[in-house]
Design a protein around this ligand. Sequence first.
Ligand SMILES: Nc1nc2c(ncn2[C@@H]2O[C@H](COP(=O)(O)OP(=O)(O)OP(=O)(O)O)[C@@H](O)[C@H]2O)c(=O)[nH]1
Ligand SMILES: [Mg+2]
Length: 382
Amino acid sequence: MGVDWIFWVVLALIAFAIVAASIVIKLDKKQVAAPQPTDELEPPAEAEPEPAEAETTPESETTPEPETAVGLDVPERPATRLGRLRRRLAGSNNSLARALADLLSADRIDAEVWEDFETTLITSDLGVGPTTELVEALRRELAVDGVSDPEQARMILQRELLKLVDPSLDRSLNLAAAAGQPAVVLMVGVNGTGKTTTVGKLARILVAEGNSVVLGAADTFRAAAAEQLTTWGERVGVQTVRSDEGADPGSVAFDTVKTAIEAGSDVAIIDTAGRLHTKTGLMDELGKVKRVIEKQAAVTEVLLVIDATTGQNGLNQARVFADVVDVTGVVLTKLDGSAKGGIVVQVQRELGVPVKLIGLGEGVDDLAPFDPAGFVAGILGE
Ligand SMILES: Nc1nc2c(ncn2[C@@H]2O[C@H](COP(=O)(O)OP(=O)(O)OP(=O)(O)O)[C@@H](O)[C@H]2O)c(=O)[nH]1
Ligand SMILES: [Mg+2]
C-alpha cells in the first residue's frame, strides 16, 4: 500500500514535469519566432527612401557627383510627352468637362444653366470674347440638331474649342540660323514663372533631337541662378556660359553666342532674370540684352514664359514684354496645377503669337510641344 502510494506520487510528479517542460519549450519557441516578422519588415522600411530618390526633381539633382559622359541623362523623346502628360492635364482642368456634363444632364437647358456654363468657361480664363463665341456656337448647334446626346455635344464643344485654340498656327520653334551662326532662343518673363526650368527642359528636348546646345546664364541677379542653370546643362552634357553675380547680363549673352559660334553649336539658349513688366529700367535692360546678341547672330525665338495660374495678370505681362522684345512664342507653365487652360486662347489673341510649349510639372521631362488637339482633349478630361 505504502509503496503504491509513493509510486503514484512519483508518477504524478513526472507527468507534471513533462507538462511544465512542454509549456516552457512552447513559450521559448514563440519568443524566438516573435522577432522574425519585425526582422523581415525592417529591410523594406530601410529600402523605402530609394524610390523617392529615383524620382528625381531638378532640385534633388544638384547633389549627385559631377556627371561624366557615361552618366548623362537620356531625355524622353518629345513626341511621346503630351500623351504621357495628358492625364495630368485632364486631372487639373476637368471643370470644363464637368460643366458640360451638368449642361447636358439638366432637365431643361434654360438661361440659368447656360449662365453657369459660361461662368465655368470664364473662370477657366478663356476670356469673355471667346466664351461668348463658344457659347453662341454651342447653343446654335444644339438647337439646330436638337442635340441631347452627350457624346455628340461633347464633340461639338471639342470642335469649337479647337477652333478657338487655332490649329493652323505654326508652333514649331524657329531654329533656322544663318550659316556659321547658332539659332538663338531668348527666354523672358516675370519672376518665378519657370524660365530657368524651361531653358533646362528645352535643352533636354533639343539634345534628344540631336542638336548641340550652349546655355547662357544671363540672369546675373543671383549667383544661384547660374548654378541652377549649370546643373540642368550638366545633366545632358551641355556647356553653360556664366559670369559673376551682378555682371552685365548683356555681356553674358554676348559671350554665350560667341562661344556657340566658336564651337559651331546649333542652338544657344539664353536665360534672363525675372523682371516685373512694370519696372521700366529692367525692361530696357532686356531690350539691350537682345540688341547685344544681335551684334553676332539673329535671335530666332523670343519665348515669353507665363505661369498659367496667374490668369489675367499674365496677359498684362505679355503686352509689355511683346512691346520690348518682340515675343515670337509663349511657354505656358504650371498647367498641371491650374484649371485655367483657357488662357492659351486669350494670350494668343492678345499677342498674335502661338503658345509653342507647355509645362506640366516640375520633372525634368515635363515640358511638351503644344498640340492643340491633344490639349483640347486634355481639358475636356479625355
Ligand atoms: N508645377 C509646375 N512647376 C513648375 C513648372 N515650371 C516651373 N515650375 C516650378 O516653378 C518654380 C520656379 O521655376 P524657375 O524656373 O526657377 O522660375 P524662373 O522664372 O527662372 O524664376 P526667376 O529666375 O526667379 O525669375 C520652380 O519650383 C519650378 O520647379 C511647371 O510646368 N509645373
Ligand atoms: Mg530663373
